[in-house]
Ligand binder design. Sequence first.
Ligand SMILES: [Zn+2]
Length: 325
Amino acid sequence: MALLLRQAADKSLGIRAFRGSSDKTLAQTYFFSLLCGISRFYNGYWFGFQEESFMRKRLTLLILALPFYFFIGCATNPITGQQELMLFSLQQDVEIGRKYAPELEKQLGGRIANQTLQNYIDSVGRRIAAVSHNPNFEYHFVALNHESINAFALPGGYVFLARGMLEKLKTEAQLAAILAHEIAHIVARDTMNAMSNQMGIDILFSAATSESTPTGVTTVANLTNQIIGLSYSREDEKTADLAGLDYMTWAGYNPYGMVDTIRMLQRLQESRPIEFFSTHPSPENRLGYLTQKIQTQYPNVTTLKVGKQDYNTYVLQNLPPADSD
Ligand SMILES: [Zn+2]
């Protein structure tokens, strides 16, 4: 039990760096998480959060949050079935996503101005989200006019695909693979975990609970910039890959679309860095566990949709030229 709790604390609070070896006690782990919170609080003070009312608010939020760390903040990850520390409600996932989605769109070139393309991507995304472990979020799937070969998820159901990625994909099943992987991150609440680990749980808590945005370095623009660069743990990526593979297959897509996509990105990476891999682990062992899962769980996939023609008609023929952003 203690080990489970400690693993959950590690996962949610991002305190692996403090925990040098596995024989440290649970109390030490909590002590470091407390230290982490306090140090963030004072860093905030020295690096520009001197405004008194904001300081008070920050301190209050931190104190309010602590009991949740220890006693209340548990949620079941619907994909793994494991209990994880989670301070935020699902409604707060939605609020965070809603708050940061417009700024993320702005920072990554804005929406591609083609409704046929947007509707198509939205319909593929919804088909997959409907069979996921959490179909209850209001999902949004948006294509952005940005050259990076990348995809993003925000908490609460927001998925973004950059034009650079859409240009490289060849089939609807490959599009489904990227969308399913991002949906799995949202369902598992990896984005909320990564945000609280890498940006600071107090900043996220403040962002989730306040209508206004704090002044200083924690503007929506700055936080969005950090969100764009968030990376997930290898364990989270593997879970998202495997759950994503299930989702796309349950939605009727040929799961080899995911293998093809990773292989294609791996080939591209030989000539240039691929943004998608800068926030995701390297492809080698992903191909291994994905292929193995398909062979054991989905040996009969020939009737499932690949959708080369549809992808060509609705996406490739509607993409703006590469120099239009
Ligand atoms: Zn991922």
